[in-house]
Design a protein around this ligand. Sequence first.
Ligand code: XIL
Length: 319
Amino acid sequence: PRDLRQLAEQTGVKIGSAVDIAALRAESDYRRVLNRQFNHVTAENAMKWESVEPQRGVFTWDDADTLVENARRNRQQVRGHTLVWHNQLPAWLTAGVEDGSIGATELRQILRDHITTQVRRYKGKIRAWDVVNEVVEEDGTMRQSIWLKHLGSGYIADAFRWAHRADPRAKLFINDYNLEWNAPKIETTLSLVKELQAQGVPIHGVGFQGHLGIQYDYPGDWANVMRRFADLGLEVAITELDVRMELPVTPEKLATQATYYSRAMTDCLSVRACRELTVWGFTDRHSWVPGWFDGEGAACLLDENLAPKPAYQALLTVK
Ligand code: XIL
């Protein structure tokens, strides 16, 4: 293949990237590469609750609309990210829950309205929604978010049902990190999916974020884990792949990084149910890694100047 779009066409695995909307607007080289290389996109932040409803009842859809419209013009499918999460919630919501002015009954109504409004707005334009994000802890217990604390464990089933009602054709996903290798998290997530299915809840896929680092072993069991979810009838996606390293960059580190990217693609290709591989940003110019992991960076396929790194070349030669 000559580029990632061609790789996607030849393999049938959609290749996506997270998108920084400010960069999409302001940088024509960023825009050109995104639209040439990728046939799937996820908003890095623009569809999160704090972005779309910063004040109660005040909706700011501009960035999310821009992403969806750019995707339509460039024949890219869209992953909606994300409806229910414990992070990047609007301050009015967390403050209201904290000071008791928003009680459980109202909170449930607020969540239902949020999901219904957002999913309806993009009905028919979002291939897959990350309905719930990071709901399981590393030790396999359910995360004690405001949702679990105030609404009880039924909030997950409710979220999927509300999303399904608002766009019956969108594929509804549960999404998490470290699900590539962390046994307690894997087992709990599998049980959760089975429980939801037993209750007739519309859940269609599992997303593996795939935030990897070369200082850790590659998660060698990943394909098997994917298969265990696929065996439940779920679609599988790699939703946020990046491979960080401790700085400075060296040729050796870039070579190791390349093997991690190509192994992730190989793992996805080895599981029929794995239909999408999305990277969490395609250029080191715009990556969350330096801001979140001290002393680390260079996690993407292209460098700051949009020059392809060894990882990009390695992806193109995966069979
Ligand atoms: C990150 C974004 O990349 C940052 O820009 C933002 O400041 C914080 O969130 N898991 C997820 C993503 O599901 O939404 C997160 O994105 C990265 C970890």
